[in-house]
Design a protein around this ligand. Sequence first.
Ligand code: PMT
Length: 342
Amino acid sequence: MPPHQANGLPAGHEADDYFHTNPPPKALSSHQSLAREFIQYHLENSPRRKVVLVTSGGTTVPLENQTVRFIDNFSAGTRGATSAEYFLQEGYAVIFLHRQFSLLPYSRHYSHSTNCFLDFMDEAEDGRVIVRKEYQDKMRRVLQQYHHAKDNRLLLLLPFTTVTDYLFELRSLAVIMQPLGNRALFYLAAAVSDFFIPRERMEEHKIQSRDNDAGGQGSGASRQLVVNLDPVPKFLSTLVQSWAPKGSMIVSFKLETNPSLLVSKAEQALKRYHHDLVIGNLLSTRKWEVVFVTSDGEERWIRVPKARRSKSISGVEELVGKAERKHGMEHVDLEGGTVTEG
Ligand code: PMT
């Protein structure tokens, strides 16, 4: 018997309904071809290679069909992009399903905002543009890893923008990954919206703000915009039961702001969706600590020691890698990280 949602419908039913009433992203079929080719390549050329789907960044919820305004969330894609690097380092092929323009593996070290790439460059005496001396070693390492991933076709980058794009892509990729069987891993770090405006209620054109303008869900008289959102069905159970390959490993993240809810919500998710692992994190401390909650009732905190917090933004991913290996995920790097429990 499939589990039931709060509204009494079986999980799969709600998901089907969602896909019938909301339009797929324009890029879906080209992404499907790229993913098929990527998986076929690894099935044929490296029969033991594991493939991980890493999801990363925030999904948007458009308020208009021709979208000017949308609801977004805070996620920059740091967790996903950093984790993808560690998976690559451990020999995985990575499908990186990410919010368009969010952080990417490798280039995240030299982005356009924090870590602005221009700050790493200099002009030599002969006028050539060069990398500053103090950054050469690190940049060479990053560049080598990036080239290794590219040259060996180990990294497939697929962007999404809206929550609907994300869900269509997730479903397609999971089904395309079925031939991988237990060599497939799902690592769902994207921040997925829980609410959206269904297609039939969405304004076609830009919602107008002036009293005498047409359109908008709000009251013209008050000039307020009242937005009425529906819940997005939870897709984890459908992913586990029908889309993902049998024997694959499914890791989801749980984000909370209230510390007293985190572990119980993670346990609830495992009971409800029957997947393998929930990694819980709090908005305010997510860069320094996470909790692993497994279906056999284990709860384990992983913390970056205080002394290392300011040095390394990727500290927790490094330690997550270490702990994941203990959980059988076999991915990881470990330049001297410490797993602190408690
Ligand atoms: O990108 P960063 O800035 O580094 O931040 C990283 C992160 C905090 C976003 C990441 O570590 C994280 O916690 N990601 C999950 C955020 C999230 O969606 O949490 P949630 O509690 O709302 O959802 C829990 C799970 O349900 C998620 O795995 C999600 O994939 C799933 N879900 C959510 C909504 C939905 N409609 N269907 C789902 O299946």
